[in-house]
Ligand binder design. Structure first.
Ligand code: B3K
Ligand code: ZN
Length: 893
């Protein structure tokens, strides 16, 4: 597919002042009339450029210029473009009438049918599937929309902004008109015509305006939207308190739909959400689901300022709104739940999804210089690493300067479509810190490695840290180089937050060479050079450095910690992330030895497990019950690095079987060694209060279920009985799923019985059925591959529904490496079959599955040849979408 380049950006030749849409939904089709008030853009490069509108899968009926019907010859249709040949005045109204087919729209982009009615998704380029338009974010207009539909079938008609009229029409139909007072890019347009129930509430803003908040859901599900509503009101309050940002509309609506490609969408005043991020009841949703709802509701709400009021000039700038908004929802999460746990979970996400992306064929900086299909760049890099980049600015300039920078950004750019440079300039001007070098984070791909070495000199009482950055070129730079568009690379500017611990675990006062007195026990070092040294004075004895606190930069840290030092940090570090990280590092070192042992045929001897390891974990478990202990943090620490993380941590060829075997053996070893304390903790942590998803209860459940997971590894009658009892008696979905996930590993009759009972109970709750699918697709049981294939035919599965596809197919391919990378190639063939089938109906979903092949070159030559066959088979498919073609093409490059 053809790549497009950031450097080719030019301003649009025309601008659109107002858009007046009329959408009549009939059986089998919809008629869209669009009146666009246009004028030439004074900033256009070519003042005589032609007007070219974009449209996709539209049937053009008529076109008028200031009311005059245009004849043949006065316009031309070519591919997805509508070219106006007629002479154009400085400003004019262009009115098109087109027919579209929302019922046949399986891509779920544009206007489409779902069970309860019609919904839209316009980001990134879906508006062109509704009408002819200048479908690019730097064209901002005021919109009105009039919707007509059958009244009995689709009683709820919604648009952005305020309702300004409604009425009945003949034939049992009705209409409603909505007007959005704010200028916006087309990707933020939304409309809904459906049968839905509504929960209503009110929020009074800090300046005293009353905002109507409404959550619309499938009829009968009102008892599942209270949490989303509460999350919305908390978000509104938080954004006022922390950033001074107030809701600007009288209506804020959230509509939940079961068929949705991603999580949710921030359309102005009319968010459309995947049901997964709205619906929740204690018996249907887990603690994590409740937390995710908080975060996604907050994220979409925060976009109202970071994304909607100030938007992106072009799609290369996507991280301008996404990185910043993820950062904001992360801060919200840290304030609402446990800050440490939240940060740890984010780092885990980054390592599971973003580090592999940076190391694979789809590597790109948070602001890519080129892409073929923009939908492929709603990536972990743009979102999660984008948020890390914002966080680094926050760390480098501090919270107060950051807030000033935000204020300046809005003062300068409210109502505009801007670039990442504009954001960084506001931060630089507000803080006075030169961010020129920092901007490399926007242009360079790859995860830098920070090689740090410490040296203590007893004679001078100095501790010296030598820091070196490594940032070799990635697939991204290599490709641009080959295309003759090389990217300059250089050292990053990053904050290295650290402390030093003495032998008793106390934090040492820190005085850097050249300073007259010590300032605190934690410092933010500004790393800017390829190699740099930092000297700490007055250090009485060799310290243990606590490095990269709070994960202060998205890098791989290379420091030669000994097992004793790691255990010391696990026990004493004041930084929750560093305590967790020390445990992960210790486990990774042990597992690396275990993997080698399994490859050498000696894994089962367990000689690779240090005798002291179980003691360290015993102490860790005990710390949850000590004064000030935090069960939620201990639960995080008890989780060994996942197989996916271990794959990334492997230097050289990955052996997924050895990784699986070593990790499982270590879990079983801990379960046997710590059976008593695990069982005691399990009983002690039982929550007696009525269910609430708040952090303290959720933390207790998390640790209790982590203990259950370990105990289940013992796999004897006693542990199986414990798991079955929890499954049978749990009164909330968190505990039910924890038990079911353990049961799904058993290859016993109990498993099939439990799965059948679960499905029978929940077959009418689509989101719970997704859990049922996923617990099977991620199981380690030997027959998982066959079972997943069989489930494709199960009535509970539906390939047209993205949530079902993600639960069964994507989870298998992305979160079950042992089976996806099966040595017989069955996992690869399964994925390729699914990708080809999906591509014909929903390229965005197909392309996400295709990303499972990203790391195929890290495996042995046998697996590589099996993967290559499947990738080539996909690539040779006729009519392959641009989405999948880009992913597969880059994988094979
Ligand atoms: N902005 C949307 C994502 C749109 C994805 C288009 N393929 C959700 C979000 O980030 O809030
Ligand atoms: Zn977003």
């Amino acid at each position: 597919p053809q790549a497009i380049y950031l450097k080719d950006y030019t301003p649009p030749a025309f601008l659109i002042e107002t858009v007046d849409l009329d959408v009549a939904i009939e059986t089998g089709h919809a008629t869209v009339t669009a009146a666009l008030a246009c004028h030439r853009n004074p900033a256009a490069a070519d003042p005589s450029a032609a007007l070219v509108l974009t449209g996709e899968e539209l049937k053009l009926e008529t076109i008028r210029l200031d009311g005059r019907l245009l004849g043949q010859g006065e316009y031309a249709l070519c591919d997805d473009r509508l070219l106006i040949h007629a002479e154009l005045p400085e400003s004019f109204t262009l009115t098109t009438v087109s027919t579209i087919n929302p019922d046949g729209n399986t891509q779920l982009s544009g206007l489409y049918r779902s069970k309860d009615g019609y919904f839209t998704q316009c980001e990134a380029e879906g508006f062109r599937r509704i009408t002819w338009f200048l479908d690019r974010p730097d064209v901002m207009a005021k919109y009105t929309v009039t919707i007509h539909a059958d009244k009995a079938q689709f009683p709820v008609l919604l648009g952005n902004g305020n309702p300004v009229g409604a009425g009945d029409e003949e034939g049992g139909r009705h209409w409603a008109k909505w007007e959005d007072p704010f200028r916006k890019p087309s990707y933020l347009f939304a409309m809904v015509a459906a049968k839905l129930d509504m929960l209503e509430d009110w929020f009074v803003t800090k300046s005293g305006r009353k905002v109507r908040c409404a959550v619309y859901v499938e009829p009968g599900k009102l008892d599942q939207c209270g949490h989303a509503m509460a999350a919305l009101k908390k978000s509104m309050k938080w954004d006022e308190d922390v950033f001074g940002l107030e809701m600007d509309l009288d209506h804020y609506m959230i509509v939940a739909v079961g068929d949705f490609n991603m999580g949710a969408m921030e359309n102005k005043g009319l968010n459309i959400f995947n049901t997964k991020y709205v619906l929740a009841r204690p018996d249907t949703a887990t603690d994590i689901d409740f937390q995710n709802i908080d975060r996604v509701v907050a994220h979409e709400y925060f976009h109202n300022w970071t994304g909607n009021r100030v938007t992106c000039r072009d799609w290369f700038q996507l991280s301008l709104k996404e990185g910043l908004t993820v950062f904001r929802d992360q801060q919200f999460g840290m304030d609402m739940h446990s800050a440490g746990v939240t940060r740890i979970q984010e780092v885990r996400t980054l390592r599971t999804a973003q580090f592999p992306e940076d190391a694979g064929p789809m590597a790109h900086p948070i602001r890519p210089a080129s892409y073929a299909e923009i939908n492929n760049f709603y990536s972990a890099t743009v979102y999660e690493k984008g948020a890390e980049v914002i966080r680094m600015i926050h760390t480098l300039i501090g919270k107060d300067a950051f807030r000033k920078g935000m204020d300046l950004y809005f003062a300068r750019h409210d109502g505009q479509a801007v670039t990442c440079e504009d954001f960084v300039a506001a931060m630089q001007d507000a803080s006075g810190l030169d961010l020129t070098q920092f901007k490399r984070w926007y242009n360079q791909a790859g995860t830098p490695k920070l090689v740090v070495r410490g040296a203590y000199d007893a004679a001078t009482k100095r501790f010296t840290l030598d820091v070196e950055q490594l940032y070799p070129a990635t697939a991204y730079e290599k490709r641009l180089e080959a295309e003759g568009k090389p990217v300059a690379r250089g050292a990053y500017h990053l904050p290295l937050v650290l402390g030093l611990l003495d032998a008793d675990g106390r934090e040492l006062p820190l005085r850097l060479a050249g300073e007259t007195s010590a300032a605190g026990t934690q410092r933010v070092l500004s790393v800017t050079e390829d190699r740099q040294s930092f000297v700490f004075e007055d250090i009485a004895a060799a310290p243990v450095p606590s490095l990269l606190r709070g994960f202060s930069a998205p890098v791989v840290l290379d420091y030669p910690y000994t097992a004793a030092e790691l255990t010391h940090l696990m026990a004493h570090d004041s930084d929750a992330f560093c305590r967790w990280e020390a445990g992960q590092r210790l486990a990774t070192d042990i597992l690396t030895a275990g993997i080698a042992a399994y490859q050498a045929g000696d894994g089962d001897s367990l000689a690779w497990i240090p005798t002291t390891y179980a003691d360290a974990i015993r102490a860790l478990l005990g710390s949850a019950f000590a004064p000030g202990g935090d069960p939620a943090l201990v639960a995080e620490a008890l989780a060994l690095p996942s197989e996916v993380v271990l794959i990334e941590a492997t230097d050289g060829t990955v052996d997924p079987d050895a990784i699986h075997a070593a990790r499982l053996a270590l879990r079983r070893h801990l379960a046997r060694e710590l059976k008593g304390p695990l069982a005691a903790a399990y009983h002690e942590l039982k929550v007696d209060a009525p269910y609430s998803p708040e952090a303290q209860q959720a933390g207790a459940r998390a640790l209790r279920n982590a203990c259950l997971g370990y105990l289940a590894e013992i796999d004897d009658a006693e542990s199986r009985a414990l798991v079955m009892t929890q499954f049978d008696t749990a009164d909330n979905m968190t505990d039910t799923m924890a038990a079911l996930a353990a049961i799904a590993q058993f290859e016993l009759a109990e498993r099939d019985d439990a799965l059948a009972r679960f499905l029978d109970k929940w077959k009418d709750e689509a989101l719970v059925v997704d859990k049922w699918l996923m617990v099977q697709s991620t199981a380690r049981a030997a027959d998982t591959g066959q079972r997943v294939r069989a489930l494709l035919q199960h009535p509970a599965f539906d390939i047209k529904n993205p949530n079902k596809v993600y639960a069964l197919i994507r989870a298998f391919c992305a979160a079950n490496p042992k089976h996806f990378h099966a040595a017989d190639g069955s996992g690869y063939a399964f994925a390729a079959d699914a990708i080809l089938q999906l591509d014909a109906m929903n390229p965005q979903v197909a392309s996400r599955i295709a990303r499972a092949f990203d790391r195929w070159r890290k495996f042995d030559t046998h697996r590589q040849s099996l993967a290559r066959v499947q990738l080539a088979r996909i690539q040779s498919q006729n009519g392959l979408s641009r989405d999948v073609a880009e992913v597969v093409g880059k994988a094979l490059d």
